[in-house]
Design a protein around this ligand. Structure first.
Ligand code: G6P
Length: 610
């Protein structure tokens, strides 16, 4: 979390830095700040509590001139969101630092530095880096070497950029646990947490590896590995569209991204189902060989990505006949687990940078998983680089904190993975053809679902004065109920829970009254009669229900039950189809409640701290 941008240029860089921060705001938006070195070697800094817009406004009123600078948008960990805790942090008017991550030994370092006479102004862990660099510089011949000595003393995670007002020519950057990418310009160079920040100024990037420290000047970039040895990190041109960050005609990114789902899925399918057959190479070199040996799949993910993994478990066991476990990354990484023979470790992550998921992948390699696959939306991200195989979802940049198109394209990838593994476990050619057909029908089906938007908008009125909601589903719709509940709580701040409908009687039924709307996802499938019995249990206790169902499921509206007709679709893709109405419902409830849809309070999109 937290977004970092830095630049060394001849021109003034404050505008470039602020534009970069706007593009990184998905990483945190508690406060923002910028510092530049001016021609007189003075350090000038402006910070504001709140969003980057506040900082932008302040800089419009009082611009900062300088060709070397750093900037930061914060997601608070240590110390409340406030101007004093905002980055950059500055030591002795000379050293300025921005940091993403958590310095776990900050208390000990703070005491040590206080003993040396350093005065701390903030409650952040970051401020220790600032003073430590200043202190190390007293006995070092360069800022680079001071930073190299500093990072050796840090425990925890960092992506950090350091500058010294006495040296306009260089930025020193260091990475351990938090991503950093170098952007190469003409006579100017840049650093950022993510390429998105730098797309207006360059398309040429190289990624720092764990433990790297680099010196960035206008014409040179020198990178050193964890042992201080010079290394080359190959620079590559990217072809991402510069404008993928625009909202276009939509009021919010989340709505835009919800409507982009048919296209995102079309893009994710394109070239992968050739003449009705899945191209296994889409997972990477040697994929078929790896899939051939898979006897068990362990899925690891966080948040919305965890829900897509839950759906995949149903698919893998039912369609491919392969056993599958799924676990939240932050749990998996801290327990001793059994590794079944010939297991494939599958991580799912929109960003490819989620700290817990990355740590889980690294642990899995240590404890004996034979191979790994990531389902990811960001090329070049840490999970992609560190996994044996990768399925790249082609959702395009997802900006809204609440994930929409990344989730449904993950499901598409996971269904293709099910086919690829199933092929080696007796999945028939007919079944493969049926799944292919189902996937191909998906974009058009989703267009039909999006046409329900105005009736779902009307429905949202019923929820705006409620404090709680219960989502119910069975089978592969249970994870969809979970995802629906997560969306509602994330962006409307209504407390929402999801239950496998068969579990109702074991507790949640006690909560049912007219103040607890119950949302049911109910396509016609093998479990529909069971689900109907659960619906009756709610009705008998005076609950109010909102049932998303197709006409074949045969529900009818009455005083206590509103039925929202979802187009009939093939059962295999029903989890994807039923996701969209729930996304729209939470969106419209949030609109009525007036919450910040794209940047809900206390959250961030890319969680690079554990
Ligand atoms: C954050 C985001 C969620 C996302 C989760 C996992 O909590 O707000 O939308 O699902 O991280 O992120 P990942 O990038 O690993 O999918």
């Amino acid at each position: 979390m937290c977004g970092i941008v830095g630049a060394v240029a001849q021109r003034d860089v404050a505008d470039i830095l602020v534009e970069g921060l706007k593009r990184l705001e998905y990483r945190g938006y508690d406060s923002a700040g910028v510092a530049v070195i001016n021609k007189k070697n003075e350090l000038l800094s402006t910070k504001r509590l709140g969003k980057v817009q506040e900082l932008d406004q302040a800089l419009t009123e009082a611009p900062l001139a300088g060709g070397t600078g750093i900037a930061h948008t914060r997601w608070a960990t240590h110390g409340a969101p406030s101007e004093v805790n905002a980055h950059p942090h500055i030591s002795s008017n000379t050293i300025a630092v921005v940091h993403n991550g958590i310095i776990e030994n900050h208390q000990a370092l703070r005491s040590q530095l206080q003993g040396l006479g350093y005065e701390f102004l903030s409650q952040t862990d970051t401020e220790v880096i600032t003073h430590l660099v200043h202190h190390e510089l007293k006995t070092s011949d360069s800022l680079l070497s001071a930073v190299q000595k500093t990072v050796k003393q840090l425990e925890g995670a960092y992506g950090t950029v350091v500058m010294d007002s006495r040296d306009q020519d260089n930025l020193i950057v260091a990475r351990s646990g938090s991503p950093l990418v170098i952007g190469y310009g003409l006579g100017e160079n840049f650093i950022a947490s993510d390429i998105m920040a730098l797309l207006p100024v360059t398309r040429k990037f190289s990624y720092l590896e764990e433990g790297d420290v680099a010196q960035i000047s206008r014409f040179d970039v020198n990178i050193f590995d964890i042992d201080g040895k010079p290394v080359i990190r190959e620079a590559k041109e990217v072809s991402v569209s510069h404008d993928s960050g625009d909202k276009g005609e939509y009021r919010h990114y989340m709505l835009k991204e919800t409507y982009e789902q048919p296209t995102a899925i079309r893009n994710s399918l394109e070239g992968r189902l050739v003449a009705g057959k899945l191209d296994i190479n889409t997972f990477g070199d040697g994929a078929d060989e790896i899939f051939k040996n898979v006897e068990h799949v362990q899925i690891i993910a966080c948040g919305t990505s965890y829900h897509s993994g839950m759906v995949a478990r149903y698919w893998l066991e039912e369609l491919a006949g392969v056993s599958c476990n799924i676990e939240i990354a932050s749990e998996f990484r801290y327990r001793k687990s059994f590794v079944p023979k010939n297991s494939l470790l599958v991580t799912i992550s929109q960003s490819g940078e989620t700290a817990d998921t990355l740590a889980a992948l690294r642990l899995a390699k240590e404890i004996g998983y034979q191979s790994s696959l990531v389902i990811c939306n960001v090329p070049g991200s840490s999970l992609v680089r560190e996994s044996d195989l990768a399925f790249m979802t082609k959702a395009g940049a997802e900006i809204g904190v609440a994930s929409t198109k990344a989730f449904t394209t993950q499901l598409v990838g996971l269904l293709m993975m099910t086919m690829a593994i199933g092929k080696h476990h007796g999945m028939s050619a007919d079944k493969q053809a049926e799944i292919t057909q189902s996937l191909m029908s998906l974009p058009a089906k989703l267009d039909e679902v999006l046409a329900l938007a105005s009736s779902i908008e009307d429905l949202a009125e019923d929820f705006a004065d409620k404090n709680h909601a219960l989502f119910l589903g069975r089978g592969d719709q249970y994870p969809i109920a979970m995802e629906g509940a997560l969306k509602l709580k994330e962006i409307s701040y209504i407390h929402a829970e999801a239950y496998a409908a068969g579990e109702l009687k074991h507790g949640p039924l006690a909560l049912i009254d007219a103040e607890m709307p119950v949302i049911v996802v109910a396509p016609k499938n093998d479990l529909i009669e069971k689900l109907k019995s659960n619906v009756e249990e709610v009705r008998a206790r005076g609950g109010l229900m909102y049932v998303f169902a197709d006409s074949d499921a045969n529900f009818s509206s009455d005083d206590t039950c509103k039925v929202i007709n979802v187009p009939v679709c093939d059962g295999i893709i029903a989890p994807i189809v039923y996701t969209l109405p729930l996304q729209l419902l939470s969106y419209y409830v949030a609109i009525i409640k007036g919450t910040d849809v794209d940047q809900p309070r206390n959250l961030a999109k890319s969680v690079t701290v554990e």
